[in-house]
Design a protein around this ligand. Structure first.
Ligand SMILES: Cc1ncc(COP(=O)(O)O)c(C=O)c1O
Length: 399
């Protein structure tokens, strides 16, 4: 294989060959390079066979070094056997669910999920003959009552969106297994630094790495973590659907994950401090955060998570658009953003974002009022954050 230019060829040919490969060793750089190449060359057919046999890098959609690095990080963080980096959290969810269902199967799912996860079941899989039922996973009787002989998969989130609900994962995993079904858990809100669904019995963990995992609001990415056998099954589906993460996003997320432990613990501590202060505030009707003794799953959350309860909380204000606008405009440290988990504190309004496809009646039925704001805490100083929320509430609601 030609490495560099050759006197035998012309300028227009040599310009394609010069600088294509390094001559000096490039192993063990202090930071992982970004491998943008769509394909890796082989010397001959024997070398090609060897590459296949050792699951080496051939074509980007099948395998890529940055994706492999991210897979290794996620496998460690979530405590699985292997992982599959995907182009988004939704890509991870749809790949994992499609790999594990066929026409005639039934999915039993939590009803307070991220809105678009619900729609994968109700708008896509239902078209291909997969049945689904949505129930409240915090009410185990509902889960028990809705299992069917053809239920193959139970689906929930470690911490539910947007009411910050906490299902009993061990109980649900044991129940799923006793019916030969698997449990898939979305760990986006907690991450593997704060919660371990696989250790609690889940079979598959999915993550939107776009959120706390990357933490810098500059990459869209996702991952599936599970057993080697399960990841092989999901990989086969990913190669056909093309749901793989791109190299640059994978590289960004690997970089973000280096500081995961520092960030998410501070974010969780800030959320607990803000929740405690807002619960005492006369202008706030209700605060949802598992650190609060008033949270219905406080004790369960303590046993399931330990010291940290995650960086997400929700608060219910008076259902008054004008006052809510005034409150939002008066905040300095909390910005409206259609995402969460970044290093700055952000807010979202579920009735106009994750749950905008539902009618007001449907939203109210699952406890999402038009006064609900969801807050994702950043890594600011906790006192600054509390002070800022208190002054903004005062500006908006004092009369
Ligand atoms: C809990 C949860 N899961 C999955 C997703 C989807 O992630 P992505 O936007 O990376 O596809 C989101 C997005 O907000 C989410 O909040």
């Amino acid at each position: 294989m030609l490495n560099g230019f050759s006197e035998d060829f012309s300028f227009e040919t040599n310009i394609l060959e010069a600088g294509a490969y390094f001559n000096a060793p490039t192993t063990h750089p202090e930071a992982l390079p970004i491998h943008m190449a769509t394909a890796h060359n082989v010397e001959d057919l024997d070398d090609l066979q060897k590459r296949y046999d050792e699951h080496g890098f051939c074509y980007n959609r099948n395998r890529n070094p940055n994706r492999s690095a991210l897979n290794d990080m996620m496998t460690y963080i979530e405590g699985g056997e292997d992982s599959l980096a995907c182009s988004s959290g939704m890509a991870a969810i749809s790949t994992a669910v499609i790999a594990n269902t066929k026409a005639g199967d039934h999915i039993l799912s939590d009803k307070t999920l991220y809105g678009e996860s619900l729609e994968v079941f109700s708008k896509i899989l239902s078209k291909y003959g997969v049945e689904y039922t949505f129930v409240d996973f915090t009410d185990f009787e509902q889960v028990k009552a809705n299992i069917r002989p053809n239920t193959v998969l139970l689906y929930t989130e470690t911490v539910g969106n947007p009411l910050i609900t906490v299902p009993d994962l061990r109980k649900i995993a044991d129940f799923a297994h006793s019916h030969n079904a698997i449990l898939i858990v979305d760990n986006t809100f907690m991450t593997g630094a704060l919660a371990h669904p696989l250790a609690l019995g889940a079979d598959v963990v999915v993550n939107s790495l776009t959120k706390f995992a990357n933490g810098h609001s500059d990459a869209v990415c996702g991952a599936i973590t599970s057993s080697k056998e399960m990841i092989e099954k999901c990989h086969a589906v990913q190669v056909l659907l093309g749901t793989q993460a791109d190299p640059f996003s994978s590289w960004l997320v690997c970089r973000g994950l280096r500081t995961l432990d520092l960030r998410v613990k501070k974010q969780a501590a800030n959320a607990a401090a803000l929740a405690a202060a807002l619960e005492k505030n006369p202008y706030v009707k209700k605060v949802y955060h598992p650190s609060l003794a008033s949270h219905p799953a406080h004790e369960l959350a303590k046993s399931q998570f330990g010291e940290y309860f995650g960086g997400m909380l929700s608060l219910e204000l008076e259902d008054n658009r004008e006052k809510m606008n005034k409150f939002m405009r008066a905040l300095h440290l909390c910005h409206y953003a259609m995402t969460l988990g970044g290093y700055r504190t952000t807010m979202a309004y579920p009735p106009m974002s994750s749950h905008s496809d539902m009618t007001k009646e449907e939203r109210m039925a699952i406890g999402i009022s038009d006064g609900l704001l969801r807050i994702s805490c950043g890594i600011e100083n906790a006192e600054d954050l509390v002070k800022d929320f208190e002054q903004a509430l005062e500006v908006a609601y004092k009369d």
